[in-house]
Design a protein around this ligand. Sequence first.
Ligand code: PMV
Length: 357
Amino acid sequence: MIVSSAPGKVYLFGEHAVVYGEPAVPCAIERRATVTVDARTDDHIRVEARDLSLDGFTVEYAGDTGYRPDVDVPEGLVDAAVGYVDAAVEQARDAADAPDAGFDITVESEIPLGAGLGSSAAVVVAGIDAATRELGVELAPEELADRAYRAEYDVQDGQASRADTFCSAMGGAVRVEGDDCRQIDTPNLPFVVGFDGGAGDTGELVAGVRTLREEYDFAADTVESIGDIVRTGESMLADADPESEPTDELLSELGRLMNFDHGLLEALGVSSRTLDNMVWAAREAGAHGAKLTGAGGGGCIVALDETPETRTALRYTAECRDAFRAELDREGVRVEELGPDASARSDAEPNAEGERR
Ligand code: PMV
């Protein structure tokens, strides 16, 4: 048995525009998805989802992944939870050259599903890590990020960027521009998250921006302007000392850019009344800045505030279901627990490809 976990993330800036080759800066946060994988003797997959912000359920199916089990929960929910696990299983089977491997899989997540905090990426990253290790293969984080991206790409019909999966695998703050992904040094940013209890449909929201961008030059310019915001923000971060607390000046400049970014995302039609209300509640409480995070449409906002004011204000905001501080998590995917067989394997020397068998 192997247990791996991987963090969720907030976007400091750049969601949506990253789909069109602009840079984005997502930051891993200390909220994790934890996946437990036990190899089976047959080729069945059994998935138990405990708390992906939904009531738990268990499904079991045989043979090929892609089969949709007949369970009494809404189909979208099964697709969301099981689809990503399926894709992770396919990647793990491929990486370990074990096409018929079967697993018992338990997913436990502290990250609300589809709410802009990268829950699916965290499940896929932790799932591939645990399943490959269970098969005796250890992937480098960069390869794990790449396989997780391919898994998300398949589930999301090609609408995924590398941002969420790279951030979740590597941890910390990262910069993603097309296929160019790297970690960046940042001071500890005081993120506060507000969650409206809802979720957006990423595919639909991405398609909406795509249509606007094709139809209107000014929408294409808006996407480019988001890229300009990211470039401005990352040069501010590059000048900051990652070892020290962020200065007031840095926080207010980043906050101003976040506000600008939110305005442009709003113009592109991906905000919502509840997200806007939470953004305004944060700003009025004295946050340096606030914006939606992720695909939008519903879900979460992220604000910068080192004081407790924003969180308190959000908790008194009717549209806000939950508000919490989200520390930057400098650690990406990690093993939480090794079963007896696996710990014996992990003492073995890696082979030439960096794999342990
Ligand atoms: O809502 P999330 O966490 O899946 O983020 C989606 C971010 C987009 O830029 C809209 C799409 C993507 O894959 O980058």
